[in-house]
Design a protein around this ligand. Sequence first.
Ligand SMILES: Cc1cc2nc3c(=O)[nH]c(=O)nc-3n(C[C@H](O)[C@H](O)[C@H](O)COP(=O)(O)OP(=O)(O)OC[C@H]3O[C@@H](n4cnc5c(N)ncnc54)[C@H](O)[C@@H]3O)c2cc1C
Length: 387
Amino acid sequence: MDFRATPDQQHIQDAIEKVCAPFDADYWLRKDREGGFPFDFHKALADAGWLGIAMPEEYGGAGLGISEAALMMHTISASGAGLSGASAVHMNIFGLHPVVVFGTAEQKKRWLPPLIEGKDRACFGVTEPNSGLNTLKLKTRAVRQGDDYVVHGQKVWISTAQVANKILLLARTKNAEECKGTEGLSLFYTDLDRATIEVREIEKLGRKCVDSNQVFIDGLRIPVEDRVGEEGEGFSYILHGLNPERILIASEAIGLGRAALKRAAGYANEREVFGRPIGQNQGIQHPLAKSWMELEAAHLMVQKAAWLYDQGLPCGAEANSAKFLGAEAGYHACENAIFTHGGMGYAKEYHVERYLRESWIPRLAPVSPQLILCFIAEKVLGLPKSY
Ligand SMILES: Cc1cc2nc3c(=O)[nH]c(=O)nc-3n(C[C@H](O)[C@H](O)[C@H](O)COP(=O)(O)OP(=O)(O)OC[C@H]3O[C@@H](n4cnc5c(N)ncnc54)[C@H](O)[C@@H]3O)c2cc1C
């Protein structure tokens, strides 16, 4: 087993650090205060060709795996961009994976190049107010009328819907009572038509510059050629993208935790109280050392899950564990960074309070820690399903 970064991995990290460098802590602090999508950051990554890191080469992507994509997202987050930076491009990286796997050649030719070039921005419309984590019970209805589907319904928490021109939408095409197993939902990738879709921003704890929204759909017409794969199979297609998404978000959380730890160690070395640096006290050292270990351990789980995925091997338990461990480690590192800064941890100019607010996102989404524990108990330990 060789844990060293390969020359390619080192190149990815160096190149992403270079793109991120001009977007410094003050840039992200300003974005956090004022909001407004970080278009210039998104463009810098698109122009340098990174948005297609995991997309097929024949459509303009780099054709690399989830291991490389995870490294990219980790590097963005660890640069201090945190979830503000990572979420600005997250959907580009693996969100359209169901299209890559199940889309036709014509669809991929039509949809992937503009996404990779940064001309299209996509959002992901799954969560609904009345079904929550029980995705199979979602209610947004798509009814076939000739060569179109007509959609009515409501989504919630849809990130980037303020700035997206495309939506990957999961909607019901068969009544829930008539469905067995995972059938009855269909997947569409289509224009976010603002004449029939109303997008209302949700005021939230952090990541102000990457919006999340309530979405009201009233008579959206989707041409049949914008349906991905077979009617009724949408849920199984979405499942294909879930493990890579968990791996990416885990990487982002770990990157954020490392950014916090770096700031904490820097401050602990500089700040003197009682005639010596506060970092000389074990009460300051130990939580930071523990966070370092937690982040390292979570990162190993990310690498294992990503490796399994890239080999085409099952990775559900590992991807979920990586997401759980990464999110918790990231959160605790941010919390410890605030304690290390004392009162200044609460001041915006030291940045760690922003990190803590952002570290909640990978804990809550796209799946909760409780549901991951339920999944591991059932699938790995063989206990009865509890949800
Ligand atoms: C910042 C942010 C961005 C997001 N972006 C998107 C996006 O772009 N697209 C999108 O589709 N969604 C998005 N989401 C939604 C996110 O995926 C959901 O919030 C998440 O899946 C949880 O669903 P819910 O909020 O409806 O929780 P609920 O399903 O209402 O659950 C509430 C709580 O109850 C617990 N719970 C429920 N059932 C059980 C059970 N059987 N056992 C134990 N505990 C249980 C859950 O763990 C959770 O803690 C985003 C959310 C956030 C916060």
